[in-house]
Design a protein around this ligand. Structure first.
Ligand SMILES: CC(C)(COP(=O)(O)OP(=O)(O)OC[C@H]1O[C@@H](n2cnc3c(N)ncnc32)[C@H](O)[C@@H]1OP(=O)(O)O)[C@@H](O)C(=O)NCCC(=O)NCCS
Length: 185
């Protein structure tokens, strides 16, 4: 789907079920209470069926050197027409956390969102105490747009979230994107 240097993105397939579920099960307490990921075959099947929908892009982050699954990004509720927007969700597998893989993966996701899918806005909803996720989003150029109390139900509870977003023009104006676009032209 998309190649970086240490990681690449690709859609999930049925063949990933065993590896993905094992990784997400081992990461359950690390993900709590920030995100939930498929940890059983039924939820993995639902994830694959979401991935086939036109309004959903499921992307596994895989390590280039050995193709191991590192984590995932989802662009959901992709809305066309006057909005051209999507929501971004993500999680890394615990053994691969804090090694810069997700930062690289997010660069590939934004490239895909703005160049291939031609979106205008990507929004990430992040709980205020989630410092790692805020660092990831801010580092990629997302802006904090606001605070929404009891916004998303995660782990059975309505949780406050900050709304972080990046527009296509903001993405294009970043030095890293300019270099990329210049190299491609
Ligand atoms: C959010 C998450 C995906 C980040 O993954 P990661 O593997 O740490 O990401 P990276 O190693 O690429 O680092 C990304 C940035 O986060 C920072 N970071 C990582 N862990 C951190 C921590 N515990 N505290 C503060 N910053 C942290 C890194 O320094 C880096 O910032 P930089 O680019 O300014 O150096 C991961 O912590 C995770 O899966 N958390 C649980 C699920 C979750 O919160 N999902 C998002 C819901 S909104």
């Amino acid at each position: 789907m998309n190649d970086g240097s240490r990681v690449y993105l690709r859609p999930p397939t049925r063949a990933d079920q065993v590896e993905f579920i094992a990784l997400m099960r081992a990461s359950r307490s690390f993900h709590r209470p920030w995100a939930s990921a498929p940890t059983d075959p039924d939820r993995f099947t639902a994830y694959l069926s979401d991935a086939r929908r036109a309004d959903f892009e499921a992307m596994l982050v895989c390590r280039t050197v050995d193709s191991a699954i590192i984590g995932f990004f989802n662009l959901s509720h992709i809305t066309r027409g006057l909005l051209q927007s999507a929501y971004l969700g993500y999680a890394v597998a615990k053994p691969h956390a804090a090694q810069g893989y997700m930062r690289e993966g997010l660069e590939l996701v934004l490239r895909h969102a703005f160049l291939n899918l031609r979106l205008h806005r990507v929004e990430a909803n992040i709980q205020p105490g989630n410092t790692a996720s805020i660092a990831l989003a801010r580092g990629a150029g997302f802006r904090r747009e606001g605070f929404s109390p009891r916004y998303l139900k995660i782990g059975g509870r309505w949780r406050d979230h900050e709304r972080w977003a990046i527009l296509a023009e903001e993405w294009r104006d970043r030095p890293a994107s300019r270099r990329l676009l210049e190299a491609a032209s």
